[in-house]
Design a protein around this ligand. Structure first.
Ligand code: TEU
Ligand code: CA
Length: 564
């Protein structure tokens, strides 16, 4: 994958992480190797051939560090220790070795906006106002015996917690067990750079950076502005020193390694994006935007309807908003969002397979580095939650306490929205085969219930079926590997207003591809716009012999890639 910094005809600098396809693993739910009902590192190592078989290049490993798991590992107690449930450092080294032996790379999850409140730094910091670690976190006196300002936590309630030891408040944008680090303190920043070097020196190939835009705060901690629209992430992501810190991090660490960095840019606008990813600024390689996965998100956890033109408009806006110096990402799900086929496709038995293949085709032919979330290559669906006890996620449980138990929201309404938006949908155990608990664990009690549809939907079935969703991913990944236009090619939406069909081209010099996706379950006769011809058919999810035509007869959820 050595791309020797060549520049493409349309001005992109070739980079391995622009041509890579990433597979995200949520270790707790991937594979259990020792029968305790919890996924672990040995479990991942045992399935590396399954991952390699897809054709992906990079594994993103969600947090594997020592943690009391208040937020499933996104609350780290020791950055240089492997979480006990997940195994040992030797297991980590074994996993990384197995990844490299198969010609793949692995990036880790850097969670440094906050730590666990059980991290020794915070244990010390809360002891007294003059403790040497006091300034590692954000402490403020209350105002009139109330919180320092009106900021809220993403996990319900105030973002401030009064601590009895000193009577002061500490900031936590997520749970009380996730106090925010004070990046104003150069000691904190060098601690972070040292732990990054620790893992990069072990051979890690980069980082996915958790809520990295939140690390800089306005030190005055003013209340929300008058025009505040109820989305706190856009306030928390607008700190004054973010770019100073990322440029320093790049100078001190990233520039010294051949690594890939992707920032989880919750609360970052399209306009702000080049400031983070323009290659001439030496900050990050790419970022995750939330516009697509939160297209149907109303206030906080509520769902709202969306339309195909809404979705297409986002991709067009980003295409126009970012020039050849700024790279994109493409993702439809992750461990914080519902399952892709349930979210953007149709997970009912008659359409699940076709719509999952259509979404795979879209994910792998749009502009940007694609991220596949574990299980989406099988078309795994949302879970049929029916009562609060079935949920594990702190975000759900805190919201239930804050809003249902206070009679602000009825239990049925809350559950109805959770059936659309809950993070736990993507956290149910991976479905390996049709044996008990889908072969995820030999324990009778997996940490989270397995989706009851595992008998139909599992890896064993997918590998045995040449026409499975897994094998469709494989086919489109192989096509992408062969077609630079699908990586670097200019993007053009041919029919932005069409409510049923998403059709676009990717062009790099003479290499032009046409992608046509029918986002409805009904047959559509689709005349291609003037001057556009569908040439040689490269891939489709339904048997098709229409080539060299300008009128397409599309079946429900049909997806085609043509050489135009
Ligand atoms: O998530 C931040 C974020 O993206 C939010 O979507 C968050 O998931 C939540 O839905 C806010 O409403 C990152 C991690 O991906 C997430 O798992 C952690 O819970 C969070 O940060 C805190 O570390
Ligand atoms: Ca285990």
């Amino acid at each position: 994958m050595n791309t020797r910094n060549e520049t493409t005809a349309n001005g992109y600098t070739r980079k391995w992480w622009k041509e890579a396809i990433v597979y995200q693993i949520y270790p707790r739910s991937f594979k259990d190797s020792n029968g305790d009902g919890i996924g672990d590192l040995k479990g991942i190592t045992s399935e590396l051939d399954y991952i390699k078989g897809l054709g992906v290049d990079v594994i993103w490993l969600s947090p594997h560090f020592d943690s009391p798991n208040a937020d499933n590992g996104y609350d780290i107690r020791d950055y240089r220790k492997v979480m006990t449930e997940f195994g040992t450092m030797a297991d980590f080294d074994e996993l990384l070795k197995g990844v490299k032996q198969r010609g793949m790379k692995m990036i880790l999850d850097l969670v440094v906006n906050h730590t666990s409140d059980e991290h020794v730094w915070f244990v010390e910091s809360r002891k007294s106002k003059d403790n040497p670690y006091r300034d590692y976190y954000i402490w403020r006196p209350g105002k009139d015996n109330k919180e320092p300002n009106d900021w809220i936590s993403f996990f319900s309630g105030s973002a401030w917690k009064r601590d009895d030891a000193t009577g002061e408040y500490y900031l936590h944008l997520f749970s009380e067990k996730q106090p925010d680090l004070n990046w104003e303190n150069p000691g904190v920043r060098s601690e972070v750079y040292d732990l990054m070097k620790f893992w990069l020196d072990k051979g890690a190939d980069g980082f996915r950076m958790d809520v990295i835009p939140f690390i800089s705060k306005h030190q005055g901690f003013p209340n929300y502005p008058d025009d505040y629209d109820g989305r706190p992430e856009f306030i928390y992501a607008a700190g004054p020193k973010l770019h100073d810190y990322l440029q320093e991090m790049n100078r001190e660490v990233l520039s010294k390694y051949d690594v890939m960095t992707v920032g989880e840019a919750f609360g970052v606008t399209l306009e702000q994006t080049p400031l983070l990813v323009d290659e001439r600024r030496h900050e990050l390689n790419m970022i995750f935007h939330f516009d697509v996965v939160r297209l149907d998100r109303g206030e906080a956890w509520r769902w709202k309807p969306w339309t195909l033109p809404d979705l297409k408009a986002i991709y067009s806006r980003f295409d126009k908003g970012l020039d050849a110096h700024s790279w994109h990402t493409v993702f439809l799900s992750n461990h914080d969002n519902p399952r892709a086929v349930s979210h953007f496709g149709d997970d009912s038995p008659g359409y699940r397979v076709q719509s999952a293949k259509l979404l795979a085709t879209m994910l792998l032919t749009l502009k940007g580095t694609p991220f596949i979330y574990q299980g989406d290559e099988l078309g795994m669906t949302n879970f049929p939650f029916s009562r609060i006890e079935e949920f594990d996620d702190i975000e759900v449980k805190n919201a239930w306490k804050a809003e249902v138990l206070t009679n602000q929201v009825s239990p049925d309404e809350f559950i109805a929205h959770m059936l659309k938006t809950s993070r736990d949908h993507s956290r149910t155990p991976m479905q390996w085969n049709d044996s008990p608990n889908a072969g995820f664990t030999s324990s009778s009690k997996p940490w989270l219930a397995v989706n009851p549809n595992y008998k139909e939907i599992n890896a064993k079935q997918a590998l045995a079926d040449p026409d499975s969703i897994y094998n469709h991913f494989k086919k489109v990944i192989a096509l992408r590997k062969d077609a630079p236009a699908l990586v670097y090619g200019d993007y053009k939406d041919l029919d932005p207003a069409n409510p049923l069909v998403f059709s676009y081209t990717r062009t790099l010099g003479t290499d032009k591809h046409l992608i046509v996706l029918n986002f409805s379950k009904d047959e559509v006769t689709y005349p291609l716009p003037r001057g556009v011809k569908a040439g040689q058919l490269m891939v489709s999810n339904i048997e098709c012999n229409e080539e060299d035509v300008s009128l397409l007869n599309l079946k429900g959820w049909e997806a085609r890639v043509y050489k135009a």
